[in-house]
Design a protein. Structure first.
Length: 156
């Protein structure tokens, strides 16, 4: 096929849709009316039809050795097995968070118990080694995670 000029893409796609039988009735009639006077379009339509015939003649035939129901049941079983294999990972992460849920509040309670047990105000404490700690300004920050059920208190 010889092309002396470049055609816009849309008419070429229309010719391909014409060969494939995908055009509306009006557009099909327009193309059929224009084909006798357009040599390039006629050659393209003929080439597309030959290509379609070649593809259909040499298309490999795929056969499944088992029934369709058996094939799809195997796919369903594999999907179920994959979804069940992912489930055990969630409790492991949850167990680690479970320790944190108990450990962090317990540490806060232990800090308060130390302050109360020493019978000193929280602003002036004496360390076991003999040094004094004086807290000038106390600020606290609270973090709460509703999804994990954890509350963390930072006292600075």
């Amino acid at each position: 096929m010889k092309h002396t000029e470049h055609r816009p893409l849309e008419p070429l796609l229309d010719l391909q849709a014409y060969v494939d039988g995908e055009l509306s009735e009006d557009r099909r009639r327009q193309i059929e009316a224009a084909l006798p006077s357009d040599v390039d379009a006629r050659e393209l339509v003929q080439g597309l039809r030959q290509l379609g015939t070649l593809i259909r003649a040499h298309e490999p035939v795929a056969t499944v050795p088992v029934s369709r129901e058996f094939y799809w049941s195997q796919i369903r079983r594999q999907i179920e097995a994959d979804s069940q294999a992912e489930r055990p990972q969630a409790p492991a992460a949850s167990a680690a968070l479970g320790w944190l849920r108990w450990l962090i509040p317990a540490m806060g309670v232990a800090a308060v118990a130390v302050v109360v047990a020493t019978n000193q105000s929280p602003r002036e404490m004496t360390l076991a080694g003999g040094g004094d700690v004086t807290v000038v300004d106390v600020t606290s920050t609270v973090f709460r995670s509703e999804s994990d059920g954890v509350t963390v208190h930072w006292i600075q």
